[in-house]
Design a binder for this molecule. Structure first.
Ligand SMILES: NC(=O)c1ccc[n+]([C@@H]2O[C@H](COP(=O)([O-])OP(=O)(O)OC[C@H]3O[C@@H](n4cnc5c(N)ncnc54)[C@H](O)[C@@H]3O)[C@@H](O)[C@H]2O)c1
Length: 283
């Protein structure tokens, strides 16, 4: 089966990036939101990042115009009826995601593949909310989506070989290298990232090392482009909190519970680079 038209449910932080990446790779994309105001905000974000790429001479004006022409926004999920692939990118809430899967399953044709961008919910649990569990898989994109080189695909116990192959080909067509994880959240990338960031935070809290030295140990010792503490600032302390909280709720594993330090920083409004202050000062 050839994917021509992609549906994206949710045009927030990740959904707008996924929409942009698909459109830039030549797919027709339809993206939905809960109301026109949030939809327009998401579409404006895509326009902003494409314009920035033109200004940096990464793409031409024509590339930008063609990508935008391939994107259609909607607030009516019925518009997903002729999509070959629909990617769910709504907030990390299992009831909400199941509700989206059940609705999309009823609207889409038999051949349509359904995917979730979930970070920590079992794909099998979501597949059970549909009548096509063999056509359901995880497509865990990393942020920022368009330049990211990696796509983690999650195969549930019910995902068919054919669906997995189509998912892999789709990821490669977006210019990503695909890795395949078993359906055991938090999958590969987040499992490693959370272990690194969790240990870095614990060392900071216990006064074992300064933030600068923790970061240097990874940038100079392991050639990471950025240290774990600076990475928390880069991605946003609130984003780290959200991911930890969702992971903890799903797994009940205390290693994923948000650290007290992160909670204090959120209370103080120190969310990282975007607020000018996080663990480091950016003013
Ligand atoms: N933020 C990250 O770095 C990151 C990375 C990888 C995966 N994820 C996962 O991606 C998903 C989305 O995360 P996000 O950071 O983009 O969240 P977000 O809050 O920025 O975006 C979610 C969007 O979904 C919309 N939405 C809610 N219900 C909807 C519905 N029924 N129909 C259409 N739109 C609806 C919301 O209005 C919102 O704009 C989550 O599952 C998250 O775990 C996030």
């Amino acid at each position: 089966m050839e994917i021509k038209k992609v549906g994206v449910v949710g045009c927030g932080f990740m959904g707008s990036g996924i929409t942009q990446a698909c459109a830039q790779s030549g797919y027709q994309v339809i993206v939905s939101e809960i109301n026109d105001e949030i939809l327009n905000k998401g579409l404006t974000t895509i326009d902003y990042y494409l314009t920035r790429s033109v200004l940096k001479s990464k793409i031409s004006q024509q590339d930008k115009d063609s990508a935008l022409a391939r994107i259609k926004g909607t607030t009516n999920t019925r518009d997903f009826s002729d999509c070959d692939l629909v990617i769910e990118v709504v907030p990390e809430n299992i009831d909400l995601k199941k509700e989206v899967f059940t609705r999309i399953d009823k609207i889409c044709s038999e051949h349509t593949i359904l995917a979730s961008n979930t970070s920590c919910i079992s794909i099998f649990e979501l597949a059970k909310a549909t009548n096509r569990p063999e056509k359901v898989l995880g497509t865990h994109f990393l942020s920022p989506v368009p330049p990211s080189k990696l796509l983690e695909i999650v195969r549930s116990a019910a995902t068919s070989d054919e669906t997995l192959e189509i998912g892999k080909k789709f990821g490669e067509s977006l210019g990503k290298t695909v890795i395949v994880a078993k359906d055991v959240p938090p999958f590969i990338f987040n499992r490693l990232l959370m272990a690194l960031e969790g240990t870095a935070l614990q060392m900071l809290e216990e006064g074992i090392a300064t933030k600068e030295d923790i970061d240097k140990s990874m940038t100079l010792g392991l050639y990471h482009p950025i240290g774990p503490i600076a990475l928390l600032d880069f991605n946003g302390i609130d984003v780290a909190y959200k991911v930890c909280q969702a992971m903890y709720e799903q797994t009940k594993d205390p290693q994923y519970a948000p650290s007290p330090l992160i909670k204090k920083m959120i209370e103080a409004g120190w969310l990282g680079r975007k607020t000018g202050k996080g663990f480091y000062d950016y003013k």
